[in-house]
Design a protein around this ligand. Structure first.
Ligand code: ASP
Length: 611
């Protein structure tokens, strides 16, 4: 028998029991004739005491870090207790030991605060995985997985696998492709998601489907993306948006409860995409804190409904301050209790917004001093009344620091969104242990791609327009005659029957009610610039299926890795994946991707033409 107990389970009540343990040597400490060893396994650490009687054997067979050993001995109360570990009251008085396997000296210490840098830890990921920190992450991942499966099972969902070798139909990201030896010159693609399969399952009548499934996207990896990642992918038939929202809000509440013991009973706020952009500058706002954006000036095409708002703005007329007068957009946030920022601090903020990632030319500010006086960085152009007027418009209070950005609409809004998050971080308002969910609804159905001069689907081509917009889509020609004026095209305002669920400023899931009528789906493909033949070639199977009684359906997919990372209080999804890739999409442990043999290429009739 290799072991009677694990290294995490022996307590004071086990005293005098004879036990056998097996595990890895974490540390060896010699004190004269006695030797202490910390023995580690998945469950914990137990202290071993090797007495004088074992010295000869220890000298002949010295133990080193990460050796795998088995010991037999008696559980005994420790004189020097360690309150930090569950087994800290006891130790094992070792009677005999066997070295099951030796270990080379590990390239970094297998401890919570390791001395191994990122690259080293990735190269020896199997050692990194022995560390508590990483192990806890994988445990959490499994807990989320189990919780999701239980909930979905209880709600009548079937887990149905879908193929990994499919047809390449790139829309959005690039496909990973796989050459076929048996079908020379032809390629499979790895699925970017099981989207069309889950829709086909709805056509087949499996009206509640889920899968915790790998997806593959050959994208340039922005920070914290992985070329292969995992989704909790779901689809339901005979549902409307509210049905999906209720079902999957339930899923997240259940995960909170099972994994974090949090009863998330509060109503989850729902806001439109337009309101998200207006108030927070992005479509996945962090609402753990307020600090909403004040729109002092903006081009009307972005928010046609807000005309009246513009009329009341203190910047409605020329102010003499060119930075504001010449700008397309001027946005402000009020930072509480920051009016006493020093010159050094405001200078540093100015540098912050000028960083290339943010890309603004500068930052204006108004200090609402506690004594009621007002001071700004543009005092030359604004008198006190004007400043107070501006502050009033922003609902600023005494003690607030108003930060103002001005420039082109898109960049300025994005920059303000970043600045809002940054200020919240500095003020400690983004707490890892606070969770705030939010639904963002009514996304635009289309985006305009200037490069290819055509509409692209913002979510994916299977997303239905809002019922009230279906006729706008059917009755208008998608062709854009005047590219510059695409925002005036009726398609620019069509809203999608789509929803994202946001947690602490991260999109953790997104989905839509789907198109299920063949004609509307054909219209969608045409709107995206696909000819009838092309649509048939790429998606003939789906159009065909829609001829045989497709039910109304919709679904959602959660980014499983990201969800785990947020629940684990981390920014990095890599820490929650057993064998992740680095930022260049490489697996540094396997050293993949790699070249393949001439023979393999030959079998595939592939000739490389490297540039
Ligand atoms: N398949 C979609 C995605 O991967 C999610 C969905 O619409 O269900 O984003």
């Amino acid at each position: 028998m290799f072991r009677t107990h694990t290294c995490g389970e022996l307590k004071i009540e086990n005293i005098n029991t004879l036990v056998t343990l097996a595990g890895w040597v974490q540390t060896v400490r010699k004190f004269g004739a006695i030797t202490f060893v910390d023995l580690r396994d998945r469950y914990g650490i137990t202290q071993l005491l090797f007495g004088e009687n074992l010295n000869t054997q220890l000298n002949a067979q010295p133990l080193g870090r990460e050796f795998v050993i088995r010991v037999k001995g008696k559980v005994s109360e420790r004189s020097n207790k360690n309150k930090n570990i569950p087994t800290g009251d006891i130790e094992i008085l070792v009677d005999e030991f066997t070295i099951l396997n030796k270990s080379a000296v590990p390239p970094f210490t297998i401890q919570d605060d390791t001395d191994g840098g990122d690259d080293l830890r990735m190269k020896y990921r199997y050692l990194d995985l022995r560390r508590n920190a990483v192990k806890r992450n994988l445990e959490l991942r499994y807990a989320v997985n189990r919780s999701a499966r239980n909930y979905l099972h209880e709600n009548g969902f079937y887990d149905i696998e879908t193929p990994f070798l499919i047809k390449s139909t790139p829309e959005g990201a690039r496909d990973f492709v796989v050459p076929s030896r048996m079908n020379q010159g032809e390629f499979y693609a790895l699925p970017q998601s099981p989207q069309t399969f889950k829709q086909l399952l709805m056509v087949s009548g499996y009206d509640r489907y889920y899968q915790i499934v790998k997806c593959f996207r050959d994208e340039d990896l922005r920070a914290d993306r992985q070329p292969e990642f995992t989704q909790i992918d779901c689809e339901m038939s005979f549902v409307e948006q509210d049905d999906i929202i209720n079902m999957f809000e339930g899923l997240v509440r259940r995960i909170f409860k099972d994994v974090k013991s949090i009863e998330y009973n509060e109503t989850v706020e729902r806001i439109t995409w337009e309101d998200a952009m207006w108030n927070y500058g992005n479509d996945k706002p962090d609402i753990r804190f307020g600090m909403k954006i004040n729109n002092l000036k903006f081009p009307l095409y972005t928010f046609p409904a807000k005309t009246g708002y513009l009329k009341n703005s203190p910047l409605e007329n020329e102010t003499g301050f060119k930075v504001f007068d010449d700008a397309e957009t001027v946005l402000a946030i009020c930072v509480s209790n920051a009016a006493d920022y020093s010159r050094k601090q405001t200078d540093e903020l100015i540098e912050w917004v000028k960083r290339p990632q943010i890309g603004m030319a500068g930052l204006a500010f108004v200090k609402m001093n506690k004594d009621g006086t007002v001071k700004s960085s543009f005092d030359k152009f604004f008198n006190e009344d004007q400043l107070k007027n501006l502050a009033g418009f922003c609902n600023a209070e005494k003690g607030d620091l108003i930060l103002i950005l001005a420039g082109r609409e898109e960049r300025t809004r994005k920059a303000m969104s970043e600045l809002r998050l940054e200020m919240a971080k500095r003020l400690g308002l983004r707490k890892d242990d606070e969770f705030k969910l939010l639904w963002v609804l009514d996304f635009p159905l289309f985006e305009y791609d200037e490069e290819s001069n055509r509409w692209v689907a913002r979510h994916h081509p299977f997303t239905s327009p809002k019922p009230s917009d279906i006729n706008v889509m059917i009755n208008n020609d998608p062709v854009i005659k005047n590219a510059e004026k695409y925002l005036e095209h009726p398609y620019a305002n069509i809203k999608a029957n789509a929803y994202d669920i946001v947690l602490n400023g991260n999109e953790i899931g997104g989905g839509s009610i789907r198109i299920y009528q063949k004609e509307l789906q054909e219209k969608m493909f045409a709107a995206l610039g696909m000819s009838k033949e092309e649509a048939q070639h790429k998606f003939g199977f789906l159009l065909g299926a829609f001829e045989y009684g497709a039910p109304p359906h919709g679904g959602i997919a959660f980014g499983f890795d990201r969800l785990c990372a947020i629940l684990g209080g981390s920014e990095s999804i890599r820490d929650f994946i057993a064998f992740p890739k680095n930022n260049s999409g490489r697996d540094v442990m396997l050293d993949a991707p790699s070249t393949i043999d001439e023979k393999q290429l030959d079998e595939l009739s592939i000739k490389l033409n490297l540039k």
